[in-house]
Design a binder for this molecule. Structure first.
Ligand code: TUI
Length: 315
């Protein structure tokens, strides 16, 4: 069975599932595994130096013949070079996060790259559609990492009403029920990050995978509101220190304290003083399993729910 939509046709993929391009987390191994499973994997460029991103793209091309993507994190100082890199490498698609990609849209489109901006609001979605975005990823504040203010439940239907291009839902989705819910809200695809952190092929430190598996419903917190860049993480010592600085309004000290902490968590496995960016759905992630099993479970689960909903409930 398959869930084919305008979005799967747009990218030439089998299943409407994007693996979120998480910085220091979504490496070529994970992304290629998701693409090979019929979804689309996205390498997280984050703040990596351009040469490291180039290596990741080369590795992804060696590991899959299917389309894959790169997430452009617009706050990185390397952004101009990384945009040039994805143009040179003819990467099939990019997602963008943490800003407005308007400046790069014409060059990306001219190179035939599919562009899917991640947006937290209706206004930005409309602007992105007007400058040529191929689809929009609406991300609710249930998501991990840098987030907006709206929940997935209210953002997605408003996006579906506001734009004609396909809408992909992100934030809070971890299983087939979430996929079916996203479709009910008007989405034609889903993007998941947190569940893919616990894919076998994800190269993050095992201690972080265990922290995600251990997480319960109230174990994430939003830090850094005072900096203007709120970030959802799993609660730990670093999060508590940042919350205290937030309370004191010491935004500059938060920037200093936060520097390098995402790589410290994901690559070194420091689960106390690293930044454990993860979404609220961490509580729904229970095991480490191959990326292909995750994709298959999402599709099968969604079909099951949609089928069951086709029969009117009667008690
Ligand atoms: O980008 C993400 N998630 C991220 S980026 C990241 S690295 C980082 N670390 C510390 C501080 C800031 C970033 C970790 N997680 N998700 C996509 C996303 N984009 N969520 C929200 C947005 C967003 C926010 C504002 C997109 C556009 C935007 O526009 C503002 C404007 O310029 O109009």
């Amino acid at each position: 069975m398959a869930l084919r939509t305008r979005f799967t046709h747009l990218l030439g993929i089998e299943h409407p599932v994007i693996q979120g391009g998480m910085a220091w987390t979504a490496t070529a191994e994970l992304s290629a595994a998701v693409s090979n499973a019929g979804g689309i994997g996205v390498i997280g460029a984050g703040q990596m130096p351009t040469d490291l991103v180039r290596e990741q793209i080369t590795l992804a091309k060696a590991l899959t013949d299917r389309p894959f993507g790169v997430n452009l994190m617009l706050l990185t100082p390397h952004i101009d070079d990384i945009v040039q890199l994805v143009l040179d490498e003819h990467v099939p698609m990019v997602t963008t996060g943490a800003g407005n990609p308007g400046k790069y849209m014409a060059a990306l489109k001219a190179a035939g790259i599919k562009v899917l901006p991640i947006v937290p609001s209706v206004a930005l979605a409309k602007r992105m559609e007007s400058i040529g975005a191929d689809a929009i990823i609406g991300e609710g504040m249930e998501a991990g990492g840098h987030i907006g203010e709206l929940t997935t439940m209210v953002l997605i239907p408003q996006l579906a009403d506001a734009v004609a291009i396909p809408v992909v839902a992100a934030g809070g989705i971890a299983d087939g029920r979430g996929v079916a819910a996203a479709f009910a809200l008007g989405a034609e695809g889903v993007q998941l990050g947190t569940r893919f952190m616990c894919a076998t092929e994800c190269t993050i430190h095992p201690s972080v995978k265990q922290a995600v598996i251990n997480a319960k419903d109230r174990d994430t917190v939003v830090t850094g509101r005072s900096t203007g860049h709120p970030v959802r993480v799993l609660k730990n010592k670093l999060a508590r220190e940042i919350i205290e600085l937030d309370r004191q309004g010491k935004a500059e000290q938060i920037e200093v304290l936060g520097t390098g902490k995402l790589a410290l968590a994901m690559r070194q496995g420091d689960v106390a003083m690293g930044s454990l960016m993860a979404g609220q759905s961490a509580a729904m992630v229970c095991r480490i399993e191959p990326a292909a099993d995750i994709v298959a479970d999402l599709v099968r689960g969604a079909e099951e729910v949609m089928h069951a909903l086709g029969t009117t409930p009667s008690a």
